[in-house]
Design a binder for this molecule. Structure first.
Ligand code: FMN
Length: 248
């Protein structure tokens, strides 16, 4: 799997909610598990574990049933939700490249004890499997998203920031805002009021990790080097600082 394949699929991926419940063949599953061992984190000091679950091992409030799920447990350190989003979006795009359906599930939980997670927290999971539906969108116009002007004031890098614009997010809330400059992008998230924060606060940070992975692939596609800086910076009114991306 190359970054170039993952990058291309950003422009056509979509959430799939209907699955063929036949389990994937052993070879395909083994390839998925092998790929999952080589993901790139935002912060390599945050321990995490991916686990693969079957249909019977998951409880979901939404009526979405898939033959397989990949879930992430993580150490609860600063930025762990952002890190989890960044990591699992690498799985989401991998599934799409391989013509498999997938869907992030913010409300699903494992029903059984997962070995070796120690004291790590369950963060989130993605459903995946074959689907009778078309796995891909046929054009970018099919993404229901905010405009670029709504999510950034940085100019001169529309093609790169477009990959954030079309990223998936919980309830399609698209909580990101990018400011700063082409050399130092400041990625922020919408501040939530006290009513929304307990319900949406977690997914909202995972969403930023997802968008950040799209940005990372787009910069890589443009032969740019990326360094992440978590040192807090001022954010525009109504937003919270998440991460600075130094580009050269
Ligand atoms: C963190 C997160 C949690 C999500 N949880 C659910 C969910 O519980 N049920 C669901 O049907 N879709 C869920 N989604 C999928 C979003 O609704 C979907 O990504 C968004 O509407 C954009 O559509 P698209 O993925 O087809 O581009 C979730 C997405 C993210 C990123």
């Amino acid at each position: 799997m190359t970054n170039s394949q993952l990058y291309s699929t950003i422009f056509k991926r979509k959430s799939i909610r209907k699955y063929d419940l036949t389990p994937l063949d052993t070879k395909t599953l083994a390839e998925i598990k092998e790929y999952s061992k080589h993901l790139t984190p935002v912060n390599k000091d945050i321990k995490y574990q991916l686990s693969f679950l079957n249909a019977d091992d998951v409880k979901n409030l939404f009526p979405i049933k898939a033959p397989h799920y990949v879930c992430i447990h993580s150490e609860k350190k600063d930025g762990y939700l952002l890190n989890a989003g960044f990591l699992l979006q690498q799985m989401d795009l991998y599934f799409s490249v391989n013509n498999l359906g997938s869907c992030w599930l913010g409300m699903a939980k494992p029903t059984k004890e997962i070995p070796d997670v120690n004291n790590m927290e369950f963060v989130i999971m993605i459903a995946f499997g074959r689907t009778p539906e078309n796995v891909h969108r046929s054009s970018v116009s099919e993404f229901k998203r905010k405009s670029l002007a709504d999510i950034t004031n940085v100019t001169g890098m529309d093609d790169i920031l477009e990959t954030i614009r079309i990223a998936p997010s919980a309830t399609n809330s698209q909580p990101w805002y990018i400011c700063g400059s082409a050399e130092e992008l400041i990625v922020c998230r919408e501040s939530l009021n006290f009513i929304k924060a307990p319900i949406l606060g977690k997914n909202n940070q995972i969403d930023i990790g997802i968008a950040l992975y799209h940005l990372y692939l787009a910069l890589d596609h443009n032969n740019k080097k990326v360094a992440f800086d978590l040192q807090k910076q001022p954010a525009p009114k109504g937003y919270e600082f998440m991460i600075k991306v130094k580009v050269n």
